[in-house]
Design a binder for this molecule. Structure first.
Ligand code: APR
Length: 244
């Protein structure tokens, strides 16, 4: 893939870049996305039965076990070249902010420190009642582990459908999108709000929008540069072409 010379020169000269990532950036690490036909998690499981506060109230054990299964899947994988290329970008651009919808923690593992986790992190567990975080919990096969402070049941520290995003993370993400020169949207279908609005907010403030995705999304017609393909292949090449 050859990159437009104007994209290369633009990236060489910028001081503030923001990147938003979704499940697609972790696909080449072996983690399933959500909405890819057949392979996406939502092609096999119903989000309303597994990823909502109502589902947790209805059957906490079912939800707990599903996230325990996903947590094990995450433990079994490593960042891919796409994650590492973003960590490399962070070293090259004076102000680089990474916003992710992913709860897998792979960006952090790849070395990105300035990270906004919009949807939480599956490795973190907290009490559903008193919000106390805990590093350890018993894996009783019959019931969901309980909070050692208030006795409430534990849950993964992720944002479920119908729940609000963590206010400080969302405010930081909106601020970053509104003040960047270039906004990258990488490996996201762009259908889940409020994350899906960030690229449009950046564009309306004059930022150049670059999309890297395996297939077209609602953002594609609006993007200044739409690079279609795998982020684990495109991002390392782009970093090499700009800063190599
Ligand atoms: N490289 C680039 N893009 C890819 C790759 C890849 N290797 N593999 C898949 N994609 C693209 C798909 O074409 C799709 O457009 O990544 C996108 C993944 O979209 P979704 O599965 O909808 O994931 P995401 O956008 O992150 O979902 C947003 O929805 O289910 C909730 O909370 C969950 O954070 C998630 C949110």
């Amino acid at each position: 893939m050859n990159f437009a010379p104007e994209l290369i020169s633009l990236l060489r000269g910028i001081s503030k870049l923001v990147a938003l990532t979704g499940a697609g950036v972790s696909q080449e690490s072996g983690l399933r996305t959500f909405r890819d036909a057949q392979t996406g998690l939502w092609a096999q499981y119903k989000p309303e039965e597994l990823a909502s506060p109502e589902a947790f109230r209805r059957d906490p054990k079912l939800v707990w076990d599903w996230y325990a299964w996903r947590r094990e899947a995450v433990k079994g994988v490593r960042p891919n070249p796409g994650h590492y290329a973003l960590a490399e970008m962070a070293k090259r651009v004076p102000e680089f902010i990474l916003i992710t919808q992913n709860v897998d923690g792979l960006h952090h593992m790849a070395g990105n420190q300035r990270l906004i986790e919009l949807h939480g992190n599956i490795q973190r567990v907290r009490c559903a009642e008193c919000y106390t975080f805990t590093e350890t919990w018993g894996d009783d096969t019959k019931s969901v582990p309980q909070c050692s402070v208030c006795g409430g049941i534990l849950r993964p520290d992720v944002v479920w459908f119908g729940e609000s995003l963590p206010r400080d993370q969302l405010e930081a993400a909106v601020e970053a999108a509104r003040t960047c020169e270039v906004f990258f949207s990488i490996g996201t279908s762009g259908v889940v709000q409020p994350a899906a609005s960030l690229a449009f907010a950046a564009h309306s403030r004059g930022a150049v929008v670059v999309e890297i995705n395996a297939e077209p999304t609602p953002l594609t017609p609006e993007a200044n540069f739409a690079l279609q393909g795998k982020s684990g292949e495109i991002l390392p090449r782009l970093v090499e072409a700009v800063w190599g």
